[in-house]
Design a protein around this ligand. Structure first.
Ligand SMILES: Cc1ncc(C[n+]2csc(CCOP(=O)(O)OP(=O)(O)O)c2C)c(N)n1
Ligand SMILES: [Mg+2]
Length: 570
């Protein structure tokens, strides 16, 4: 009964502190509303029945029921990455909580703001191997920014507020709040608190040293990471790069931070980097890394990474400084703010010779592929770009599909390429596409999938079907665990150990089982019309693309090699 008046009371409460007595479950929902949350992804169970009871009839918060808790976490993650808002998940205790673990780790590795609420058995049952009891805070210690178990009803609201603050401030990441069932049922006083707007802490900075290095540099190179996208600093990066006339390379997570069509853009760097990026980084005299963490996929043989360069590293998280590579200047702060300040301080520069060298490398070593298959995955992606002009969101699974999607579709805007970079989670793409679609009703969302990854969480087609999400699934079916197969071919004497599926799954029939329009293509000539038709529909579509098992991703840097020793083709 009280709940009918809650929205009205909330309005009054903004002005005066009116105390209400509510159950823990109702307090959870009120705290979500304080934070502006209107979508949660989840799955019910015994230890969250009180929360689901509170959700019954709730009309300010929409609950998306996925098929599996892993799907819920990936959906919340895709929602967060594409909207910049916090992804919220609710799961039950025990298996519900453990099913969420991969999604939490995925978000942690890629710094995605997420708050996960897990139900816990009632406190008198904790530590007794009770039904569906796991110590989820202990399990998730190393994959959350922070986690909490709520032990007193009076602490619930502030713990939830703290969880949102932690998830979104500084370097974002997932936070878990474990709520025992007795806390969900307990009544306590609740007072509305207006959500704080978090401003990032200003850190000490060495801007003048950086400005001097930029002034002296003749061959600068910018290396943009996911932090540029997270900080919404794409425009600031563009202005900065143009002012100092510096080419820009990016990590997998940095894709979209700088326009892919721009002449200063050199593409990805590292294991599957372009010839231009890898050679430019090796030759440059100054490397300005922005919101990037020098992962091993980027640096490869570390002593040969940027050997001639002074290194400036800009990041909000000081624990990243000098972690993987020694730096000359470390600037701690929000990337957007640091770029604004730096741009104001640096003089305009021109590096005609250096940029000409870059353009020459780009022209002589473009991304290419052997056009000897009947259906080329690379062509599918470039046709998709030509047809959409990039006005869509691409999510990916993991493997060759992911790298082809990074290479052969062009990204000109941030938050349009959504992929599991740090953890490399197969099964991520479909879930994240669901979240992306829910968070961006007017955008087409296309998941680029490999057959192996797609099988891992294809149960989420049930969610696509239930909510009639107009997603396109491009399943690049090579009938193998392609990336594993490629490594076995190139570096393990062609011993294809447990990486071949054969004709195992008919993805058209699978899609049809979920009531989803599904087609198969086998030839290049079918790409354009099929994509055009799928893009014109406002309903879910699966396109199974029957591609060749031996198609490979190039360039590739062999394990342990330097990034300039890249293999460009067969
Ligand atoms: C959950 C998980 N298990 C295993 C791996 C290791 N792995 C990386 S790529 C890959 C093959 C992916 O196959 P598929 O989804 O068919 O994509 P393809 O490479 O063929 O495009 C595997 C097994 C992983 N990244 N994630
Ligand atoms: Mg495959």
């Amino acid at each position: 009964m009280l709940s009918i008046f809650l929205p009205f009371l909330r309005l009054i409460r903004i002005k005066g502190a009116i105390k209400l007595k509510l159950t823990g479950s109702k307090i959870l929902l009120e705290c979500l509303k304080e934070q502006g949350v209107d979508i949660v992804f989840g799955y019910p169970g015994g230890a969250v029945l009180p929360i689901y009871d509170a959700l019954y009839g709730e009309n300010e918060i929409k609950h998306i029921l996925t098929a599996h808790e892993q799907g819920a976490t990936h959906a919340a993650d895709g929602y967060a990455r594409t909207t910049g808002k916090v992804g919220v998940v609710i799961t039950t205790s025990g298996p519900g909580a453990t099913n969420a673990v991969t999604g939490i780790a995925t978000a942690y590795m890629d710094s995605v703001p997420m708050v996960v609420f897990t139900g816990q058995v009632a406190q008198p049952f904790i530590g007794k191997s009770s039904f569906q009891e796991v110590n989820i805070t202990s399990i998730t210690n190393s994959i959350t920014k922070e986690n909490y178990i709520v032990k007193e009803p009076e602490n619930l609201a502030d713990t939830i507020r703290k969880a949102f603050r932690t998830a979104t401030s500084g370097r974002p990441g997932p936070v878990l709040v474990d709520i025992p069932k007795d806390i969900q049922n307990a009544e306590t006083e609740y007072t509305f608190v207006k959500a704080e707007k978090f401003t990032s802490k200003k850190c000490s900075s060495n801007l003048s040293e950086a400005v001097n290095l930029i002034k002296d540099s003749k061959q600068p190179m910018i290396f943009a990471g996911g932090g540029v996208n997270i900080s919404n600093a794409a425009e600031e990066l563009y202005t900065f790069a143009k002012k100092i006339d510096s080419p820009v390379a990016c990590s997998l997570m940095g894709i979209g931070a700088f326009p892919g069509e721009d002449e200063l853009y050199t593409g990805m760097v590292g294991m599957h980097g372009t010839y231009t990026s890898n050679h430019a980084i090796s030759k440059c005299d100054l490397l300005i890394a922005i919101g990037a963490r020098f992962s091993d996929r980027v640096t490869s043989k570390i002593i040969n990474f940027a050997p001639n360069a002074k290194i400036i590293h800009i990041d909000i998280d000081p624990s990243e400084f000098n972690k993987n590579i020694p730096e000359d200047v470390s600037i701690c702060g929000d990337v957007k703010e640091v770029l604004l300040s730096l741009t104001a301080l640096v003089p305009e520069k021109k590096h005609v010779e250096w940029v000409n060298q870059i353009l020459h490398w780009k022209a002589t070593h473009p991304l290419k592929y052997l056009d000897n298959s009947t259906l080329n995955p690379q062509l599918i992606l470039s046709k998709l770009y030509a047809l959409t002009k990039g006005d869509c969101i691409i999510t990916t699974e993991v493997g060759q599909n992911q790298i082809w999607a990074a290479q052969f579709f062009t990204y000109n805007k941030p938050r349009t390429f959504i992929t599991s970079g740090g953890l490399g989670t197969m099964g991520y793409g479909l879930g994240s596409a669901i979240g992306a679609s829910i968070g961006n009703e007017h955008k087409k969302v296309i998941n680029i999938a490999g057959d192996g990854s797609f099988k891992m969480n294809s149960i989420e087609l049930a969610t696509v079907s239930r909510y009639k999400l107009p997603l396109i699934q491009l399943v690049l079916n090579n009938h193998v665990l392609g990336m594993v197969h490629q490594w076995q071919d190139m570096f393990y004497a062609g011993n294809f150990s447990h990486s071949e599926f054969g004709q195992e799954v008919d993805f058209v029939k699978l899609g049809e089982a979920y009531g989803i329009k599904s087609v198969r293509i086998t030839k290049n000539e079918e790409i354009e019309d099929t994509l055009k038709h799928a893009l014109s529909l406002n309903e879910p579509v699966i396109i199974e693309c029957d591609i060749c098992p031996s198609d490979k991703v190039f360039p590739i840097v062999a394990p342990g090699a330097s990034i300039t020793d890249l293999i460009e083709n067969e």
